[in-house]
Design a protein around this ligand. Sequence first.
Ligand code: HEM
Length: 140
Amino acid sequence: MESNITDCPRSRSRTRSSQRGSSSTTPSTMSPSSWRRRCAGVCLPEYQVPRTSGFVAVHPGGEEVLREQAGGDATESFEDVGHSTDAREMAKDMIIGELHPAPLVTTLYDEPSWWSTWVIPALAAAIATLLYRIYSQESE
Ligand code: HEM
């Protein structure tokens, strides 16, 4: 699943410098690959991205499992482990932004229907012929 990650803390400085003079706090949007290079993070249910840096060293399940998930969607792994309610509460406090699924792109092939291809032009031609005949009979 291709996604965009908003509100990465390390990307904020870049956003602000590009909006010099503006007080806007609009989060920047980054591709997953650039986010992966800049931030250490784990995505949790509902596409939330907690700040794990600092926590990774003290994670009871070990540092490695978190590093492996950094920058990706760790929802499944998080659920598979069966984390306690306490762990879920802890994760909520680490949220720094949201991971949005990329908009679905749907390509619709607009196949011309049988009606618009044949029936409508045929009816139009028949009506035109009829009107022409009526008109030419009247003028004789
Ligand atoms: C910010 C996200 C996370 C938080 C706050 C967190 C927190 C915790 C906590 C508090 C525990 C102790 C057991 C419990 O209370 O459930 C734990 C255990 C564990 N966690 Fe995480 N965790 C996070 C993400 C992950 C992820 C993404 C994985 C897997 C890839 C993972 C794998 C484990 C494992 C294997 C254990 C050990 C379970 C056991 O020994 O029974 N954790 N975690």
